[in-house]
Design a protein around this ligand. Structure first.
Ligand SMILES: Nc1nc2c(ncn2[C@@H]2O[C@H](COP(=O)(O)OP(=O)(O)O)[C@@H](O)[C@H]2O)c(=O)[nH]1
Ligand SMILES: [Mg+2]
Length: 451
């Protein structure tokens, strides 16, 4: 059979190495649709749990009926504004704001035609102080208006803000910037008015200098909030950009069980590495093209057996992905004793996640089957006598219906691809059920099935 006569499914089922060599052809054949728009941070606007209206890159909760008569153009407009982090305004360093404002204010001349020197001086002083106050506060006002309120963000974006900046930090910095703005307005007005009330030229000159000094002092002492905001914007803008519209397969499991290796196998091209600011560990994101449709496949950071309060940011990211995005799950179990998490611990993690996300479409995979021996592996920390029947069975074959695969020996990979295909098609159908009348309805309807 020549590669030209392959069906899409057959192509996808080829061993990974074959796919690599055929990549150019594959890309041509398997991307028949124009590439979808890329949106940052979360997988889809329509994957939200609640209905939102997007205002300035933020999501405002709204009633479903509000959207009912909107046109497709409106839909694309709204989709365009999804991804609040990419829309954050550029923040200028505080020193730049200060010195450019001082320069502009000092260039302000008194109103023409005032003959009296004292009157001219106080007019100039009041105008310069007013101008300085306005120049300093204008950018701060823009930041206040354009940085979205955290409550209006998509829940996944909210989780990312918390994981990246720490709880409450975003609001705190925005609050400080606004406090600085208000302080500058009030002090600026006060000094402009004082200057305008001067009785002599000298007094007006002194009050102008004093007002300028005071505004500069405030800005120098509290301007750090602006620099913090600049840093926050940079960090958030640098978040991984993810296609928001594609159904996504999410690989979950303990660390080192073989998730990334499987993402590489399942991806049609070379997966990209997503870098989240709170970890140096890159998370793989690949694409699967199947039957004229594109899907995503991604790693999640490994989950350990512990209470939620003790979870690190990587584990929290996994939970955020599963909680807020409609991902189908491919749960990877390593029963070989290689990964560092005992089978009994993996079983507990599995039970917890499965129970928590019982609505998700699901595939179980037992990985590294080339290393699996006849007798189940027992860790030093484990006591087989504690095993109940369920755990005994899990040690041998994993959960019911789990596929055995080996990336090393290329065992079970075609069957896995078939299962993944089925699940992604079902997931796509689930999404379509929620958007029968096109994309707009998809945005408007609260998601019931996945979350
Ligand atoms: N023998 C064997 N090793 C594997 C297999 N799959 C992955 N590994 C190895 O297991 C280790 C962890 O794999 P990785 O994909 O990074 O796991 P992750 O942490 O779950 O993403 C790596 O050293 C892989 O080479 C397999 O099928 N057989
Ligand atoms: Mg990995």
């Amino acid at each position: 059979m020549t590669s030209g006569s392959f069906t899409l499914l057959q192509l996808w089922q080829l061993p990974y190495s074959t796919l690599l060599f055929n990549r150019t052809k594959l890309c041509k054949g398997l991307y028949p649709l124009p590439r979808m728009k890329i949106y940052p941070l979360c997988f889809s606007k329509q994957m939200q749990t609640t209905t939102y209206e997007v205002v300035k890159g933020s999501y405002l909760e709204t009633s479903q009926t509000k959207h009912e008569n909107k046109t497709k153009e409106t839909a694309s407009e709204i989709l365009d504004t999804v991804g609040a982090f990419q829309k954050l305004p550029m923040v200028m360093p505080s020193v730049d704001i200060l010195y450019s404002s001082l320069r502009k204010a000092k260039r302000i001349a008194p109103t023409k035609g005032i003959a009296n020197a004292a009157k001219r001086e106080k007019n100039k002083g009041a105008k310069q102080l007013d101008a300085l106050m306005k120049e300093l506060t204008l950018p701060l006002r823009t930041y206040k208006d354009n940085f979205p309120n955290k409550r209006q963000l998509h829940p996944y974006e909210r989780s990312l803000i918390e994981l990246t900046l720490g709880d409450g930090n975003y609001e705190e910095v925005l609050g400080k910037v606004d406090y600085l703005r208000k302080k500058l307005v009030s002090v600026g007005k006060e000094h402009a008015s004082l200057c305008a009330q001067s009785t002599t030229k000298r007094e007006a000159e002194e009050r102008l200098v004093e007002g300028m000094r005071k505004l500069e002092e405030i800005f120098l002492s509290d301007g750090k909030a602006v620099d913090d905001l600049m840093q926050i914007a940079k960090t958030l803008r640098a978040m991984p950009v993810v296609d928001l519209e594609m159904p996504t397969l999410c690989l979950v499991g303990a660390p080192n069980v073989g998730k990334s290796s499987l993402v590489r196998i399942l991806s049609t091209g070379k997966p990209e590495i997503c870098n989240y600011p709170f970890t140096t560990r890159g998370i793989l994101m690949g694409h699967i093209a199947l039957s004229y449709q594109n899907f995503q496949v991604t790693d999640t950071p490994g989950i350990l057996r512990r209470r939620d309060e003790d979870r690190n940011n990587l584990e929290k990211l996994t939970l955020a992905v599963l909680s807020h995005l409609p991902t189908a799950v491919l749960f990877v179990h390593d029963l070989t004793g290689e990964c560092g998490t005992s089978p009994s611990d993996q079983f507990l993690i599995y039970q917890e996640i499965k129970e928590r996300f019982s609505e998700h479409l699901w595939i179980d995979v037992v990985s590294k089957c080339d290393l699996l021996e006849e007798s189940p592996v027992l860790y030093v920390t484990e006591n087989a006598e504690d095993d109940n029947d369920e755990l005994l069975k899990y040690r041998k074959v994993g959960p019911d219906g789990a596929l055995r695969v080996s990336v090393t020996n290329e065992v079970g990979l075609n069957e896995l691809k078939n299962r993944v295909h089925e699940v992604l098609v079902s997931q796509s159908a689930r999404l379509n059920i929620q958007k029968p009348e096109g994309i707009m309805d998809n945005i408007s309807s609260p998601r019931k099935t996945f979350i």
